[in-house]
Design a protein around this ligand. Structure first.
Ligand SMILES: Nc1ncnc2c1ncn2[C@@H]1O[C@H](COP(=O)(O)OP(=O)(O)OP(=O)(O)O)[C@@H](O)[C@H]1O
Length: 266
């Protein structure tokens, strides 16, 4: 390699092109363009900007009105949520969606079938085809990594919020995804619980070359984790760059942060 070799642009794991979503007359996403490489990307913006809607389209729960979503080179438009999960997309929900009546270790295993969404409960009744010894061991291994293996046999939905959120992260990771979407993972958690979730997540993401997109209102956390931030506002990405670059942009201050905000750096 010579000095004149151009710096490699990181390969995009997830690509959104002119993505549009409407709910009736509410045009939530007008034209969202975003490339997500491996590593951590923060998706921020005001309440109601459409951040969760982006996750819902990528994971197949909401239909796009226009544009494209590509994982690697392949479109995810028209693909069912469980099939999208099996192609390598793991996700969590703003409010944990764990299946009641089954244990923590079993909830994590549901991730192997892509069963993380609203229908997971109904399907779980039939039992998971993936309830094999290796699946159980993989689930236990993840619970160990996240420091919650002691809860493995407890009913998941009875656990404190922080533990439920960590269980969801483990469920999102069990199928060895390429892309993980975390919807406000730290909301409602104390500093210690956030660390308990984040430290193993950062290690696992690095070990497995994952692309992780985090929606998070805690800007200190998102700035620490994410070398890239995208700001969503009025149906599109209005800023993209390092946290320091993005949080200093006047339009981001106006739209999201408020005039009293001063970026804390570096
Ligand atoms: N399934 C749906 N049906 C109708 N409207 C919806 C649906 N999902 C989202 N919306 C609307 O789309 C808009 C964007 O919602 P979304 O939850 O994506 O925003 P957000 O940026 O994630 O907000 P927050 O930061 O408050 O979680 C809101 O006006 C919301 O009411």
């Amino acid at each position: 390699m010579t000095d004149s070799t151009p710096a490699a642009t990181p390969e995009s794991v997830l690509t959104l092109r002119e993505l549009a979503v409407s709910f009736g007359g509410n045009h939530v996403l007008r034209s969202v363009d975003l490339e997500v490489p491996t590593g951590f990307t923060g998706l921020v913006g005001p309440n109601g900007a459409g951040k969760t809607t982006v996750f819902n389209v990528v994971s197949g729960y909401v239909r796009a009105a226009g544009g494209d979503v590509r994982l690697g080179g392949e479109t995810l438009i028209g693909v069912a949520p469980d099939a999208i999960a099996r192609r390598g997309v793991g996700r969590t929900f703003q409010t944990p969606k764990l299946v009641a009546g089954i244990s923590v270790v079993e909830n994590v295993m549901l991730g192997l079938d892509g069963r993380a969404g609203p229908l997971a409960h109904l399907r779980a009744i039939a039992g998971s085809r993936r309830d094999s010894r290796p699946a159980r061991e993989r689930s236990l291994d993840l619970l160990e990594r996240f420091g919650i293996v002691e809860y493995a046999n407890e009913e998941a939905s009875a656990l404190p919020l922080a533990t439920q959120k960590i269980v969801e992260v483990a469920r999102a990771l069990i199928a060895s995804p390429r892309l993980v979407l975390l919807d406000e993972p730290a909301a409602g958690l104390g500093a210690e619980d956030v660390e308990a979730m984040v430290a193993p997540l950062v290690e696992l993401a690095a070990d497995n070359d994952l692309a992780v997109v985090i929606i998070e209102h805690d800007l200190a956390l998102v700035s620490r984790l994410c070398p890239r931030l995208a700001v969503l506002h009025q149906g599109g990405v209005i800023a993209l760059g390092t946290p320091a670059e993005v949080l200093a942009q006047p339009e981001v201050v106006d739209a999201y942060l408020g005039a009293g905000f001063a970026a804390v750096g570096p």
